[in-house]
Design a protein around this ligand. Structure first.
Ligand SMILES: [Zn+2]
Length: 608
């Protein structure tokens, strides 16, 4: 099982529980169930059964293509067509025409496409990251690289391909991936003697070389990371950034002499992940540990940052940092001599302690889902490629060419003032578009601040500023030109802070402490995640999942996104910050079917 699947798509449940749940539960991790997920992609050709599966599963994707065409028509001024009922009244033609509260999946897709973040590709589950989203990933990459280099981590690059023998070396590990491994079977028209896998993750790729490179305790710690993409040939409903067949991430793999060294690193990395969410993306997360049921297979323990999507009331795993213990070093024979052995003394070799940790482009999807609104993307200033757009206004048919040129010169001057203090700014001199069209366009793209500059502003020596993160009526203010170089950076920081504070309020308001079982499911249905006193056993988690599935009656009338209605709650994490109120050996586990006492407050929720 992937160590470093971590940041990403899901933490897979271990062993039997996995098989038990996947076939019936749409919320279950994306693996297992070989019966419905034929893995083998043989150089474009598939077996008849594969094709059938593919057609069935890929249908939603085709519908999405239609969505894209609609988007194009919309921007050309035509009717967006389709699902008339859901359309927002009076929505700008180039804008989002489905309300976030009404049809969340459709809204999400439109925001990404019309906000110019990504495009669909002709292979289902694969997406093109356009410059606006690649910029965000690059910003995270640059920030995180500095942090991990300071910890002694070095970047490297292992090959994309894995031989079948090596991939199969560790049975329980590969078990979790077998159904979604993509294989290369041909070179040109020549069939390969042995098929070659495309990495679903890199444990088996890297650890044989760790065994070779780590010869002495002096070679420790070994701390390597790679920025790469991996392939998991999923057949579940794909979702941009959240569930994709190829995805970009970083995967760190380290080896330590002592458990203490490994333990410390696990938490240091987790804190960096939390900081990426909180400080760069303005997204609050909860830090905690996974239960045994949800922890990374083969690992010793898993720590996690857990986000929350208010629009759907679902939790989302944001990134995970695992201590693998000595399990993998035993499998791969990664050992060193005991440094405490005296000259000539024979001591048993020590197995190294290993960690793995990963964060994927999923972070971008979480950010979009949380901040975006019915006018499109809302980007936090710290990761926005364009932080400020300056739009000329007040130019009419009567405006002379000289006056127009003068105004444009002034705007270029304003942009230079801002660039000099490090603000990423664009001037919008596009011909043939009205200011109103341009306003909508920058709003759709989530640019945090718009400055308007026309004859009135020029005469009064000020600019009109419009914040993207506030409702239109409250968004405007004026800034004196003499104060531009300090006021704009300050305003961008204020926007960053306000985005976080609003998201944090929604996060806090929807994390409920539940001490009566009868409140649990109603609270989930009100789009909350719930902290409950829990015994932390797997059996009890399974019972809670079953008993929190919605019944058909409950679903009636309430529009939900496609998965939520039938989904049971699973444990998201055991928060590091534990509220008071649990008396060990006295406080009961909240699940009425369970006779055990509570070990800790555990957060449960419906989740991605
Ligand atoms: Zn229990």
């Amino acid at each position: 099982m992937s160590a470093a699947e971590s940041g990403d798509l899901t933490v897979r449940s271990r062993g039997n529980s996995l098989k038990k749940t996947t076939s019936t539960d749409a919320s279950a991790p994306t693996t297992g169930d070989a019966s419905s997920q034929k893995p083998v992609v043989e150089n474009g050709s598939t077996t008849a059964q594969d094709k059938k599966q593919k057609q069935k599963k890929e249908k939603p994707q085709k519908e999405k293509f239609v969505g894209k065409q609609e988007a194009k028509q919309g921007s050309g001024g035509g009717s967006a067509g389709g699902k008339g009922k859901k359309k927002m009244e009076g929505a700008a033609l180039i804008g989002i025409d489905v309300a976030k509260e009404v049809d969340f999946p459709e809204w999400y897709q439109q925001v990404l496409l019309k906000g110019d973040m990504l495009d669909y590709y002709d292979i289902s589950g694969c997406y093109i990251l356009k410059p606006a989203s690649q910029y965000i990933w690059d910003a995270i990459h640059a920030w995180f690289d500095i942090k991990i280099r300071a910890m002694g981590v070095k970047n490297c690059s292992f090959p994309l391909f894995v031989s079948e023998d090596v991939l199969n070396k560790e049975k329980s590990h590969i078990e979790g991936f077998a159904a979604e491994v993509a294989w290369v079977t041909h070179g040109g028209s020549t069939k390969l003697e042995k098929k070659i896998a495309i990495r679903p993750t890199s444990e088996t790729v890297m650890y044989p070389y760790y065994a070779k490179w780590i010869q002495s305790y002096r070679d420790l710690p070994l701390k390597l990371n790679q920025w790469n993409s991996v392939v998991r040939w999923e057949f579940k409903h794909p979702q941009p950034f959240l569930r994709t067949r190829e995805f970009h991430w970083q995967e760190g793999h380290t080896a330590h002499l002592t458990k203490e060294g490994a333990d410390k690193e696990v938490l240091d990395i987790l804190e960096h992940y939390a900081t990426i969410y909180e400080e760069l993306l303005a997204v609050p997360v909860m830090r905690g540990r996974k239960t045994d049921k949800e922890r990374f297979a083969g690992g010793l323990y898993t720590t996690t940052v857990e986000g929350y999507i208010p629009a759907t009331g679902r939790g989302i795993q944001g990134g995970t940092s695992h201590c693998l213990g000595q399990n993998f070093s035993k499998m791969f024979g990664i050992t060193v001599q005991d440094p405490s052995a005296k000259e000539g003394e024979k001591k048993e070799p020590l197995f190294v302690w290993q960690n793995s940790w990963g964060l994927s482009t999923r972070v971008i999807g979480v950010m979009v889902m949380i901040h975006g609104d019915n006018r499109g993307l809302v980007l936090p200033p710290r990761v926005a490629e364009v932080q400020v757009a300056i739009v000329p206004v007040g130019i009419t048919a009567k405006t002379s060419d000289d006056d127009r040129e003068l105004l444009h010169k002034e705007i270029v001057g304003l942009a230079e003032v801002l660039r000099a203090v490090g603000v990423r700014v664009e001037t919008d001199f596009r011909e043939g578009y009205s200011p109103g069209y341009k306003f909508n366009d920058w709003e759709l793209k989530g640019v945090p601040l718009r400055l308007e500059f026309g004859p009135g502003e020029s005469q009064g020596h000020f600019v009109t500023a419009a914040r993207r993160d506030l409702p239109q009526k409250e968004s405007k203010s004026t800034i004196q030109i003499t104060e531009l170089n300090t006021a704009v950076p300050a305003l961008l920081e204020q926007i960053q802070k306000d985005l976080y504070d609003r998201a944090k309020k929604a996060f806090d308001d929807h994390h409920k402490h539940i001490t009566n079982w009868s409140d649990f499911v109603p609270s989930l249905n009100e789009k909350n995640v719930c902290l409950i006193p829990h015994c932390l056993t797997e059996e009890c988690e399974d019972q809670i999942k079953d008993s929190s599935k919605r019944t058909a009656e409950e679903q009636s009338g309430v529009p939900q996104d496609e998965k939520a209605p039938s989904m049971g709650a699973k444990s998201l994490c055991i928060p590091f910050e534990q509220p008071a109120g649990i008396e060990k050996g006295v406080t009961k586990c909240l699940n009425p079917q369970c006779t055990r006492t509570a070990e800790a407050w555990c957060m449960f929720g419906r989740s991605y």
